[in-house]
Design a protein around this ligand. Structure first.
Ligand SMILES: NC(=O)c1ccc[n+]([C@@H]2O[C@H](COP(=O)([O-])OP(=O)(O)OC[C@H]3O[C@@H](n4cnc5c(N)ncnc54)[C@H](O)[C@@H]3O)[C@@H](O)[C@H]2O)c1
Ligand SMILES: [Zn+2]
Length: 379
């Protein structure tokens, strides 16, 4: 017998997280409506075969009012995953898709008095400016983004905002300051604030899940602004070295996509997270250089990563999620990085024509001033 009779709308359901979430919900007995506009940057070959056949698929844009009204009809829970991501220079598109798209969805629900029972919105660790740090004198501090002048000198460290000492990375709790240091990050703040505020106003439970770096099978191999694991993997498969920004010792917290899908299901089923912005991650900081090494070992392609003294202003040095809150609601990530990477590799090996879209993207990022280089003499 089905465990649930609930009806879900998953937006962005053709994407990495949305598609795995759809699979999980269908498996759990939910009726799923899957909305996606098949953003060409992510889906260069059109509709992917992995969209679950039992989900009702709507090919449409979150920005279109009629589409959203149709998609929301007879839905209990909304899992809002659709977003425009990455480091693209199209500022207004982020605001349109992420901020305006979300605002409009909420407006439609209220206008039509739709009986939505809960909204879960995909937020991101990109809402933080920099990961928390431990200062030898001041203990836990929340440093701001590193100034570009500092990065130009090749000083990658995160300094204490009070005394300037070098800090050591610490897990970042949800009450760290949010603001976002990229346009994408800014719109993720918008999305979570809009949904949480609106939920409180109208009495609909809402949860914003701040995902850490998510990876896994189906992560777009076309979108060059996708996650670092997908980028390094396609580079290696094209016999090119993974390119490390800064010195490669920056750390990230990785989540396997199925764990993120499980976090969404948990947020739907428990009321412990209602009204909150919650970190979802593995709670472990892994140096990016190590990610490149795990990948090259798993792929058996022996190419060393390369640090060219390049950096992206606004990028965090370290981010490890403090996952106390979601763990206390019952979340436990199940897939370790090595296993998840192996699952990703098994999948990518089954894909044809894995071109290196990264080199092309890199040129755009450089010409638009998004990737910088340390000044001569400082590298
Ligand atoms: N992957 C990560 O590391 C990560 C980390 C933090 C947060 N997130 C968030 O999780 C969510 C899902 O990300 P993902 O990694 O699955 O990305 P993805 O690009 O694989 O999936 C996003 C999907 O949304 C769709 N989409 C984009 N614009 C749309 C629009 N205007 N209308 C309808 N559909 C649209 C795309 O076609 C795509 O299928 C996003 O909100 C993202 O910001 C992802
Ligand atoms: Zn200090």
């Amino acid at each position: 017998m089905a465990k649930s009779e609930k009806r879900a709308l998953v937006t962005g359901a053709a994407g990495l997280i949305g598609s795995h979430l759809t699979d999980l919900l269908v498996r759990e007995g939910w009726k799923v409506r899957a909305l996606d506009n098949l953003e060409p940057q992510t889906h260069r070959r059109g509709k992917p075969a992995w969209i679950h056949p039992e989900a009702e698929f709507i090919h449409g844009d979150i920005r279109d009012r009629e589409t959203i009204a149709t998609a929301l009809d007879k839905i209990d829970i909304v899992f809002h995953q659709a977003a425009y991501g990455g480091y693209m220079p199209e500022i207004s598109k982020y605001v349109h898709v992420n901020s305006l798209g979300t605002a409009q969805m909420l407006e439609v629900i209220r206008e039509k008095s739709l009986p939505i029972q809960k909204i879960i919105v995909a937020s991101s660790q990109a809402v933080y400016s920099e990961g928390a740090g431990i200062c030898p004198r001041h203990g836990l501090v929340f440093p701001t983004v590193r100034p570009i002048e500092q990065l130009r000198k090749g000083d990658w460290e995160v300094h204490c905002p009070i005394c300037g000492a070098v800090t050591k990375s610490a897990p970042t709790p949800e009450n760290a300051p949010v603001g976002g240091e990229t346009v994408y990050g800014l719109t993720k703040v918008d999305q979570e604030k809009l949904v949480l505020l609106w939920g409180k106003q109208v009495g609909v439970p809402a949860v914003a899940l701040r995902y850490s770096c998510t990876y896994g099978p189906r992560q777009s191999i076309f979108n060059p602004y996708t996650g670092v694991i997908a980028i390094f993997c396609t580079r290696l498969l094209n016999n090119l070295s993974p390119v490390l920004y800064e010195d490669g010792r920056q750390t990230r917290d990785f989540s396997f996509v199925e764990d993120i899908a499980r976090a969404n299901l948990l947020a739907a089923e428990t009321d412990k997270l209602d009204g909150l912005a919650v970190n979802v991650g593995g709670g472990k900081g892994v140096p990016i250089r190590q990610v490149a090494q795990i990948l090259s070992k798993a792929l058996k392609i022996d190419i060393e990563p390369e640090a060219r003294g390049e950096f992206r202003p606004g990028e965090m040095r370290h981010l490890t999620s403090d996952t106390t809150k979601i763990r206390s609601a019952g979340y436990k990530p199940q897939i370790e990085l090595e296993e998840g990477i192996q699952r990703y590799i098994d999948w990518i090996r089954s894909q044809s024509d894995i071109r290196d879209y990264f080199s092309e993207a890199e040129q755009i990022l450089k010409s638009k001033g998004i990737v910088h280089r340390v000044e001569v003499g400082n590298a």
